[in-house]
Design a protein around this ligand. Structure first.
Ligand SMILES: [Zn+2]
Length: 254
């Protein structure tokens, strides 16, 4: 699995795991990103930032991370961890680095933003504390919701980590306004999922966006409702929704 992921991203995860090790963290209760930031020389300030999700200013051995006060605790945690990733990986070249919402959702490239996201994911959800819980017989949102609750991480961040560590081939898709916005799939699984595609009427996620009661259980559906045909006939979809967007996880039926 690991050889399908860019080396820069693996390095980002490695640096986060070293940070976890350095602070002797062996339980989810001990992952306090503000304390870790402070110990690494970064002060966190909650302050409205125009047109940005978070920023970091670094001069010498000192750094200041700014995050918006209105964000959820889970989002604040991710933003701090993301900015710490930039700091630890020496990305703050011109004193200040400003990161957008899109940067925080960039899981596709090997750019500095993707590296910072992989760093944040590993800092908040360390592999050695989470991997065992991702080894499940059936892929669905139950273990993801439980991990998110325990680690106080967002469902989105947790779902991505789950897919990254789950031994089963699976994918998570984030939709809004009836369209696929982005997805993350197992590193060794190659179905083609089109971004910006309108949700297929056969998907559970479609029901959510037309305000139809959505099946809350995992359901078997035609694979081509989600992915371009690659020899898979059926998949199992499990979807959850919030007022603005929907998250869906699915895996192929053998
Ligand atoms: Zn960034």
């Amino acid at each position: 699995m690991a050889n399908e992921i860019d080396l820069k991203l693996l390095n980002a995860e490695y640096l986060a795991s070293k940070t976890i090790e350095k602070f002797g963290i062996c339980s989810h209760e001990h992952i306090r990103v503000r304390d870790i930031a402070f110990a690494l020389g970064a002060t966190v300030i909650e302050q409205k930032i125009s047109r940005a999700a978070a920023s970091i200013v670094s001069v010498g051995n000192y750094a200041t991370i700014r995050i918006p006060p209105m964000d959820s605790p889970e989002r604040k945690k991710f933003s701090i961890a993301h900015e710490l990733g930039h700091l630890v990986m020496n990305h703050v070249e011109s004193i200040q680095k400003v990161c957008s919402d899109e940067d925080m959702m960039n899981w596709y490239q090997s750019s500095q933003e993707t590296q910072a996201n992989f760093f944040a994911s590993e800092l908040i959800l360390p592999k050695n504390l989470v991997e065992r819980r991702c080894d499940v017989a059936e892929v669905n949102f139950e273990p993801i919701i439980q991990i998110a609750k325990d680690f106080r991480s967002s469902l989105t961040t947790t779902a991505i980590k789950f897919v990254r560590l789950c031994p089963e081939k699976c994918a998570v898709v984030f939709s809004s306004r009836g369209k696929v916005r982005w997805f993350y799939k197992s590193p060794d699984w190659w179905p083609f999922i089109r971004r910006d595609k309108k949700l297929d009427k056969r998907t559970l996620a479609y029901d959510f966006f037309i305000s139809k009661p959505m099946d809350k259980k995992p359901v078997e559906i035609d694979a081509d409702a989600w992915i371009e045909s690659n020899g898979i006939n059926e998949i199992v979809e499990h979807s959850i929704g919030s007022p603005r967007h929907g998250l869906c996880a699915f895996y192929p039926l053998d």
